[in-house]
Design a binder for this molecule. Structure first.
Ligand SMILES: C[S@@+](CC[C@H](N)C(=O)[O-])C[C@H]1O[C@@H](n2cnc3c(N)ncnc32)[C@H](O)[C@@H]1O
Length: 213
């Protein structure tokens, strides 16, 4: 189940527009999810791929026991991330690369974990992105996601349906039912759901931890 209106090129143009103002709008509003994702990653340590790293707001939250490679489709977003890495002297960031999350240029089992805060609602094909994250994570490793899971009914569901018609311009998909993740997990005998936790503010976002066997 994917939104045909979100393509790679409209994600690229949407994030070229977001890049100069992204940190002003999203540093605080989306902080709780980044903190939760970074805590989960810091407990694991090792080599980590940050998929859809954007402007790198989560990068300073990773401890020295984590060596991070960030990838993103949007060069303008990555330029902001690179500046942050230099200014904050984040020596545990091994690289920031322009790359498509749906076609990662890494061999199988390259990382101890993958993290993707606020990304699955944005990529054109979330299932392909999940397949790629599972492929590059070693058996025994984890995939940590933070995502808005869509309201199923009530006023929020109506607002999300209205926003859904504008996902091309926004660069994200406001409607993201749990079934996208649930069905993917059900198809993958090597993937186990280890945690699903609603986060502040107001439970709008959910932390998901998946273990790859
Ligand atoms: C909402 S931002 C999240 C950025 C960051 N993780 C954060 O917490 O602020 C989503 C990011 O996903 C990136 N993205 C969307 N589709 C992608 C794809 N197919 N491959 C790689 N990155 C993608 C966008 O360019 C954008 O930087």
């Amino acid at each position: 189940m994917t939104a045909p209106s979100l393509t790679k090129s409209n994600v690229e143009s949407a994030y070229a527009r977001w890049a100069p103002i992204y940190d002003t709008v999203f540093t605080l509003t989306l902080r709780p999810g980044r903190v939760a994702a970074a805590q989960a990653i810091n407990r694991l340590g090792g080599r980590v791929i940050d998929v859809g790293v954007g402007t790198g707001l989560e990068l300073p939250m990773f401890g020295p026991q984590v060596q991070v490679t960030g990838i993103d489709l949007s060069e303008p977003m990555l330029r902001v991330a690179q500046k942050r890495v230099e200014e904050r002297k984040l020596t545990n960031v091994e690289g920031l690369l322009v790359m498509d999350a749906m076609k990662l240029a890494f061999p199988d089992a390259s990382f101890d974990a993958a993290v993707a805060p606020y990304v699955l609602t944005v990529v054109p094909e979330p299932e392909r992105t999940l397949d790629e994250m599972a492929r590059v994570v070693k058996p025994g490793g984890e995939i940590i996601l933070v995502n808005h899971v869509g309201a199923e009914r009530g006023p929020l569901a109506l607002i999300e349906a209205w926003l859904g018609k504008r996902s091309e311009a926004l660069g994200w998909r406001p409607q993201f039912p749990w079934s996208i993740l649930g069905d993917w997990i059900a198809r993958r005998p090597d993937i186990e759901l280890v945690e699903r936790r609603a986060l502040a503010p107001l439970g709008l976002f959910t932390l998901v931890r998946l273990k790859r066997h």
